[in-house]
Design a binder for this molecule. Structure first.
Ligand code: SAM
Length: 204
């Protein structure tokens, strides 16, 4: 239970059931549209974007506890009431715990590229991911993707193009303006960054 206007002791939400979907909106003192980031890392994107958008609530999924603790620490230091972190495997969360039509945006920035051919099945963004994203998004909700890996980006574009329920849209400038930690590092190294956004059509 969280009280409006009061920072909770922790911004981390502990999953207590591996089968019951998580009511994301109920994790916050005020019910607002929810945006979800998978593989949030240290929260470089989540913290800055949430601070810029107090009218939305934000949930970060991350499997490493140390990174989530940084999000918790920094988020509370910044007094952000609109952030929660959950420690869980992203594909499992999408498949079993994310309720239908529960989010307005899904952010996936620099997911592990699994470059070797025999490891590609481990990639998060695949055909199933697109179906699950479509189910989880509210009408006109968007998926935003970034990667430095050209082959993975091609896969991302292929699987989204194959789903009639999504259409490509430009990434909004206020979103582009917020760079993640990995993005800053890759840009400093002079590497190309690939970005794409897709909007949910009302039928598909
Ligand atoms: C390359 S980092 C990118 C972090 C951040 N998005 C950024 O751009 O700075 C990938 C992050 O995703 C997390 N991650 C990788 N696979 C995951 C999975 N299956 N479930 C949850 N988190 C995962 C990693 O622990 C890591 O923090």
């Amino acid at each position: 239970m969280t009280t409006p206007g009061v920072l909770p002791e922790s911004l981390l939400h502990e999953i207590t059931s591996l089968t019951d979907p998580v009511d994301l909106a109920a994790l916050f003192p005020e019910r607002r549209p929810v945006e979800l980031e998978l593989g949030a890392g240290d929260g470089s994107f989540l913290l800055e974007y949430a601070a810029r958008h107090p009218e939305h609530n934000f949930v970060g999924i991350e499997r490493l506890f140390g990174r989530l603790r940084k999000i918790d620490r920094k988020g509370r230091r910044l007094g952000l009431l609109n952030i929660r972190g959950i420690r869980i495997e992203a594909a499992y969360f999408m498949r079993y715990l994310l309720p239908p039509a529960s989010i307005v945006a899904l952010h996936v920035y620099f997911p592990d590229p699994w470059p070797k051919k025999r490891h590609r099945w481990r990639r998060l963004v695949n055909e199933e991911f697109v179906r699950l994203a479509w189910n989880a998004l509210q009408p006109a909700g968007c998926v935003h993707l970034r990667t430095d890996h050209a082959d993975y980006f091609e896969q991302m574009q292929t699987v989204f193009a194959a789903h009639p329920g999504f259409e490509p849209v430009p990434t909004p400038p206020d979103l582009l303006a917020v760079q993640t930690d990995f993005e800053k590092e890759f840009l400093a190294e002079g590497r190309a960054i690939h970005r794409a956004s897709y909007r949910k059509r009302s039928t598909g």
